[in-house]
Design a protein around this ligand. Structure first.
Ligand code: PLP
Length: 415
């Protein structure tokens, strides 16, 4: 079945998190896709049952997962990862908590370019960590609507404020001096940037100058669109390898976040040594279903990924036309990676709570950009990992809500 044929009713009936959290709405908020999973992943879960692999995660599966991850990184990004330096972890956020606990000093601050993935703003605070938000620089010229969709030739709408990052790291250490942890999200949720090698090199120079560390979240890397290339941050030079812990997962791009398996990739001996003493519990937090799915994804589902990525790219390139028709004052630049659209609706003056506005009036659930930091106020994050006919309905509904036209909830018969 083509993704185009998946209906709203069938998605409601499946009852996923994205489609049930806000009843009566089209789910376009949390990062799940509506396309199911690759056949190899389904097949491996049947194996799980046939082999009764319901016990604790096995060393053999952990090793298979590490090999498959290393092979994928080598084949896809040209970074030769030592499989022995790949550890399982249940999910990327658990990996981040491990990085905070084991690789930074208590009291070291997090330097976070914003807009940022929402939990990066809230979770570290639970560990008593201060977050220094560094708003990204906005290039108005690169932020046109339909202009240059996917051409790769347009100036990016957002770029790192290197000077501000430099300043923030100069006082982010535990003692108030240089240090701290820079949170790098590449591809960047929610803005969709895929950073160039030049940008990453500049970042590594600044981080190294302050003796700081980097948590590099590359969960969206397999969904990097044509004309852009994902460069693993730790691969760019020795300094970056020495100051970085990379955490990634197949779970976004192959659509398996509920199977709970991510990967920590180490890139220096010292961090591996720390992990061998401190990571013994966290390193066992992924379970057999996720480990099996990681192998099936990275090793056996690359065609599925290519097809799905091409479909998402088509959605991405359809969005400017849809916005022009239904929300002509929206400002949007197509993402370079991820299936997330980051749309500036500030011209419409829709109030302080865009989630409630669109849930109540459009019957579409989106993420209010303000949850991604002050720099995101007035924006929405829209999940495009849905069939194109549904994406069309979503934008039509958003436009109707802004125009004040009543919109009915979705449910029986709305497909
Ligand atoms: C950038 C980023 N990091 C981490 C996560 C969460 O991943 P996990 O479920 O593996 O913790 C997400 C989920 O959408 C994400 O977009």
């Amino acid at each position: 079945m083509s993704y185009d044929d998946i209906t709203i009713d069938s998605l409601i009936e499946k009852g996923s998190f994205k489609w049930t959290a806000y009843p009566g709405t089209i789910g376009a908020w949390t990062a799940e896709m509506d396309f199911g999973v690759a056949p190899a992943i389904r097949a491996t879960l049947e194996q799980l049952d046939a082999r009764d692999l319901y016990g604790y995660s096995t060393p053999a599966l952990m090793s298979d997962m590490a090999q498959a991850t290393a092979q994928f990184y080598s084949d896809t990004y040209g970074w030769d990862v030592n499989p022995e330096w790949v550890s399982p972890v249940s999910d990327v956020l658990t990996g981040m908590q491990a990085v905070l606990s084991f690789y930074t000093e208590p009291g070291a601050k997090l330097v976070l370019p914003t807009p940022a993935y929402m939990p990066f703003l809230s979770m570290p605070k639970l560990h008593g960590r201060e977050i220094v938000e560094v708003p990204m620089l906005r290039n108005e010229a690169g932020a046109g609507s339909a202009a240059g969709a996917g051409s790769g030739s347009v100036e990016p709408a957002w770029s790192m404020d290197f000077e501000a990052i430099d300043r923030a790291l100069s006082t982010a250490g535990a003692d108030g001096g240089p240090g701290g942890l820079l949170v790098l999200c590449n591809p960047h949720n929610p803005i969709g940037r895929v950073y160039t090698r030049g940008e990453l090199e500049e970042l590594s120079r600044i981080v190294e100058k302050h003796g700081a560390r980097v948590f590099s979240d590359e969960i969206h890397a397999p969904l990097t669109f044509t004309r852009h290339a994902h460069v693993p941050y730790a691969s760019i030079n020795e300094a970056a390898a020495n100051h970085t812990v990379t955490v990634t997962s197949h779970s976004k791009s192959f659509n398996t976040p509920g199977l709970k398996c991510a990967q920590i990739i180490f890139s220096n001996d010292a961090d591996v040594a720390t992990w061998s003493t401190h990571g013994m519990f966290t390193g066992k937090s992924a379970a057999n279903p996720g480990l099996l799915a990681a192998v099936a994804a990275y090793r056996d589902s690359r065609d599925w990924l290519a097809d799905t990525s091409a479909y998402l790219e088509r959605n991405r390139d359809a969005l400017p036309g849809l916005l022009e028709r239904h929300l002509p004052q929206a400002v949007y630049q197509p993402p370079e990676g991820t299936y997330l659209a980051w749309i500036d609706l500030s011209a419409y003056d829709l109030g302080d709570d865009l989630t409630s506005f669109f849930v109540d009036r459009a019957r579409v659930s989106i993420i209010d950009g303000a949850l991604c930091g002050e720099a995101g106020r007035g924006f929405i994050r829209l999940n495009m990992g849905t069939p194109l006919p549904i994406l069309e309905k979503i934008v039509e509904r958003l436009g109707a809500a802004v125009a004040g036209t009543p919109v009915a909830p979705v449910g029986e018969g709305s497909a």
